[in-house]
Design a protein around this ligand. Structure first.
Ligand code: GDP
Length: 477
């Protein structure tokens, strides 16, 4: 990187004045603390009879270099599908129906194992389903940079239509650039109205094929098990167009789908292998956990020795429990251990930094220390009217203050995980008016160290924020 004139002089064992003189001769007017760029440094050093060389950029010790495959080594792989949609629209039922109609349980003595993902075969083609419905899992994985899903199935109940989480799911799939196939479920219900669903989805940019758009919509009933085969056919069709490929003849790379500590077996992780082949005895790393593959079990409960691309397997042998979304790599033992240790150290440092999130209690101190210029706030309330009132009152606090109130998000409803995640990313605190955090949000807020304040009187909320801004907040009991 660049050095200052002073540093350069000391490295050369010369006086600063000598260096400045030489620079002047080269036509560069420099002061003692000025930075010298690399090209100039090379010429300047030459003037002193020294050859300098730029070092290659330092490698991040917590990262493992990606293997780039030769296109000639790639072969087709099966699609990986995630089921998303509004609560109670039938995601779990649909996953069950698909599994029951297309997995022959006799193969494993009647036992299908829940490992977080399963494979079905339709017309000789395999499809992998992630068995953790809902976009929370999907988002959590994406937040870690893991893209495991090739196709999203959006389940919409034909009698209920498009609901808030349907829209959220659409937006998540769109932002991940994952194609959506709509399963219009509960077609057996009396109130089923698929045309209304089509109209509502069209309003959100998903126009059905029979209306001239390009979104495939399949009417299904998870209860009556109708439309399942058609749905699988459509998945196969989209997958074919995607030309999904991987190289089975290399060291494995995958993503942790689920992981937990099993009393008898130790850390157990379900991995979706995405590239390469994982084998018994491979040394592996996933997040901060490392180890050696001791045993693998597939979705039918069978022990396997290898797992290739687009195969979900339960892996035993990690020394620790990784997190869902962590990337698993097979690497040599020394690298696995060294990188894991570096990651653990980095995580600790980050956790310490984390504990310095904005909170009303130490807001004034942070303002005085100059750490905060914007006070970011997420506002949740029971009705739109309260949000507007709160927003106005909070923004009014902006007059003559060293810190600016900034509302990063405002919405009607309980404080949920998504609000906490946003607050964590934006370093915001959450103000709830006549609403409370749900259980998941509360848990996440604890680990993310997000300050959530709930009020029943707007004046009190404003008072607290103003008091915190001026260092007058009474301690909370
Ligand atoms: P999820 O929250 O999206 O996973 O929804 P579930 O699969 O738990 O289903 C919610 C409710 O809808 C349950 O009571 C199911 O029995 C019911 N359900 C799901 N699919 C169908 C269907 O095709 N027809 C009917 N009539 N009910 C369904």
């Amino acid at each position: 990187g660049p050095v200052t004139v002073k540093e350069f002089a000391s490295k050369m064992g010369r006086e600063v004045s000598e260096v400045i003189k030489k620079l002047m001769m080269l036509g560069v007017m420099a002061t003692i603390n000025q930075e010298v760029d690399m090209d100039t440094a090379v010429i300047l050093a030459g003037e002193f009879g020294v050859t300098v060389q730029e070092l290659p950029p330092e490698e991040d010790p917590t990262e493992i270099a990606e293997i780039i495959d030769d296109p000639a080594d790639l072969v087709p792989r099966s699609p990986v599908v995630t089921v998303m949609g509004h609560v109670d629209h039938g995601k779990t039922s649909l996953l069950d129906a698909i599994r029951k109609t297309h997995v022959t349980t006799q193969e494993a003595g009647g036992i299908t194992q829940h490992i977080g993902a399963y494979q079905v075969v339709n017309q000789g083609r395999k499809i992998v389903f992630l068995d953790t419905p809902g976009h929370e899992a999907f988002t959590a994985m994406r937040a870690r940079g893991a893209q495991v899903t090739d196709i999203a199935i959006l389940v919409v109940a034909a009698d209920d239509g498009v609901m808030p989480q349907t829209i959220e799911a659409i937006n998540h799939a769109k932002s991940a650039k994952v194609p959506i196939i709509v399963a219009v479920n509960k077609m057996d219900r009396e109130g089923a109205n698929p045309d209304r669903v089509k109209q509502q989805l069209s309003d959100h940019g998903l126009v059905p094929e029979d209306w001239g758009g390009d979104t495939i919509m399949v009417p299904v009933s998870a209860h009556k098990k109708t439309g399942i085969t058609e749905l699988l056919e459509m998945i196969g069709l989209i997958a074919e167009m995607q030309e999904l490929k991987a190289n089975p003849n290399r060291s494995a790379q995958g993503t942790i789908v689920e992981a937990q500590l099993d009393k008898g077996r130790g850390p157990v992780a379900t991995v979706l292998i995405q590239n390469g082949t994982l084998q018994i005895g491979d040394s592996i790393i996933a997040g901060t956990a490392y180890g050696k593959v001791r045993a693998m079990v597939n979705d039918r409960g069978e022990k396997v020795k290898k797992a290739g691309p687009s195969t979900p397997v339960e892996v035993l042998g990690l020394a620790d429990v990784p997190a869902a979304g962590d990337v698993l790599l097979a690497v040599d033992e020394k690298t696995a251990r060294a990188v894991a240790e570096k990651r653990i150290a980095k995580k600790r440092t980050e956790e310490m930094a984390h504990s310095q999130k904005v909170s009303l209690d130490d807001l004034f101190k942070q303002i005085q220390e100059g750490n905060i210029k914007d006070l970011n706030i997420v506002v949740k309330a029971d009705v739109q009217g309260s949000i507007e009132a709160l927003r106005q009152a909070l923004l009014n606090l902006n007059n003559n203050k060293e810190v600016r109130v900034n509302i990063v998000h405002a919405g009607v409803g309980a404080i949920n995980e998504s609000d906490v995640m946003l607050s964590s990313a934006a370093n915001a605190l959450i103000i709830g008016f006549n609403v409370r955090p749900d259980a998941n949000a509360r848990k996440l807020a604890e680990t993310e160290k997000i300050d959530i304040r709930t009020y029943r009187v707007i004046y009190e909320a404003i008072n607290d924020v103003e008091a915190a801004m001026t260092g007058m907040l009474a301690p909370e009991f």
